[in-house]
Structure formats: C-alpha cells, structure tokens
Design a protein around this ligand. Structure first.
Ligand SMILES: C[S@@+](CC[C@H](N)C(=O)[O-])C[C@H]1O[C@@H](n2cnc3c(N)ncnc32)[C@H](O)[C@@H]1O
Length: 240
C-alpha cells in the first residue's frame, strides 16, 4: 500500500485527538508547576493553549495511518510532535531554535512523557518521538522521500520566503504525501508577502503565481473554533 495518496488519508476519528489531549493535560497537571513555569513561562507559547489549538487543527488534517512517519517542522517546544506521537505516529520534530528544543525536551521529561533527542538531523526509525535542534534545511540527504506526512503549526512568515524552511519540506516527503501548515494570519504573513491577507496568499498559491518548492497547493480553509488561534490551514501535497 502506498501511503500518502489521498485515498489512504483520513481525519482522526471523532474523540481520538481529544483523548490524546486529555492524557497530555493530565500529565502536565500532575507535574510541578514551578518547574514547568521555569521551563516554559506562560507568556511563551502557553503549553495548554498551544496543545489545544494544535489538537483542534489536527482534527481537520487528513493523515496517513498511525505508525507512519510524520515530520513536524518548526516544532518549537514539541507540542505538535508530542500530540502526534500520542496519536500513534512516529514523529521527528525539528526546530532551529536550540533553546526551545532544549526546554521542550526538559518539559516532556518533567511531565513523564519523555521524548528522544538526536544530535544528528536524521529521521527517527524507532517508533518514538524525537526532537532535533537543526534547520530543516540540514536534514541528512539519506532522509529523502522517507516521510509519510509533514506538519508546521503556527508558521512564521519568513518560513515562506525563498530560502525558508517550508521550501525544504518536499524532498523528505513520499510522493503525494500531505503537508499541513497553519498560521495565525495577517501578522506573520505580512513579513514575507507584500499583500498581507492570508486569503490573498491562498489565492496566489491556487493560481500558481507562487509555490512552495516541490509542493502542490491543495486547499486553504479557516477553522472556526475558539481554541484555535492559528486557524488558517493550508494543505499541500508532495508533487508526483
Ligand atoms: C512560531 S514558532 C511555532 C512553534 C510550534 N510549531 C508551535 O506551534 O508552538 C515557529 C518555529 O519555527 C522554527 N523555524 C523557523 N525556521 C526553521 C528552519 N529552517 N528549520 C527548523 N525550524 C525553523 C522557529 O525556530 C520557531 O520555533
């Protein structure tokens, strides 16, 4: 079976993401509050809100079967990576910000949901969640066409620029594999696009006026749920 073709992709069953969220939240609730606050001050990507926002986005993502390999680009503290891992995916979360990755690893260890770390920008093969401090541009060459799906939650505008992270995703994806990217909207996108409206950006992808390297634009929609503060969702797929 060729994973990554649209027919094999499914949204998570109703309630599955919610249960995974509640499991992670229970771990966070049971952990030492001061220690967590030291690792990730509430002002910086408050864990519970980020997790809920990402969870409600994943509800809308058609993904391959659990057990598949997912690359979470710009994973930050690893919220998306850990949530996808709780759903049963093998996940490599990668971020060029060393401090975030380091704090993320410490956070997940502190709450009893340990994640692996790697000094090498390679793709995990052992069924676990692994967080890597590296630019996505530096993932080793042998990782080409290994990934069944990719995500990027809460993208920053500069990641869309010609030399930005999102142009580096396609080569790691299997043909036809999906890539989901969410954004809060105008503010982040105005950095890279002269027209700052996210709908206008989607139209330009739709019309083929702009593109992400190696990716076909599939759809754009807005998730209208209060918990989601990066509600603009783009779906691309690796060009065949
Ligand atoms: C706005 S944050 C989002 C973090 C996380 N995905 C979330 O939802 O909370 C964007 C992240 O992308 C990372 N990033 C930007 N360019 C990158 C690149 N080339 N490779 C890996 N990570 C990158 C930044 O370091 C930052 O942590």
């Amino acid at each position: 079976m060729h994973l990554g073709t649209r027919n094999n992709l499914r949204r998570p069953s109703v309630g599955v993401v919610e249960r995974a969220l509640q499991k992670i939240e229970a771990h966070i609730a049971a952990a030492d509050e001061e220690q967590l606050e030291r690792l990730i001050p509430e002002s910086q990507y408050a864990p519970l809100q980020r997790l809920r926002s990402i969870g409600r986005i994943i509800d809308h993502c058609e993904l391959p079967a659990t057990g598949s390999l997912v690359l979470d680009v710009g994973t930050g503290f690893g919220y998306g990576a850990v949530l996808l891992g709780s759903l049963g995916y093998k996940v490599v979360g990668i971020d060029s910000n060393e401090d975030r990755v380091r704090r993320g690893i410490a956070l997940w260890n502190a709450v009893g949901l340990p994640v692996g770390e790697s000094a090498q920008p390679s793709l995990s093969k052992d069924g676990s969640v692994i967080l890597i401090h590296s630019s996505v541009a530096d993932i080793e060459a042998e990782a080409v066409e290994k990934v069944d799906a990719a995500t990027c939650f809460f993208l920053s505008g500069y990641m869309l620029k010609g030399d930005g992270a999102l142009h580096q995703v396609a080569k790691h994806l299997k043909q036809g594999a999906p890539f989901f990217a969410s954004t809060e909207g105008d503010i982040s996108l105005s950095i890279s696009e002269r027209d700052g409206s996210v709908q206008a950006l989607a139209r330009r992808y739709q019309d083929g006026e702009i593109s992400l390297m190696g990716l076909d634009f599939r759809e754009y929609f807005k998730i209208r749920e209060e918990a989601v503060y990066d509600p603009h969702l783009f779906r691309f797929s690796r060009a065949v």
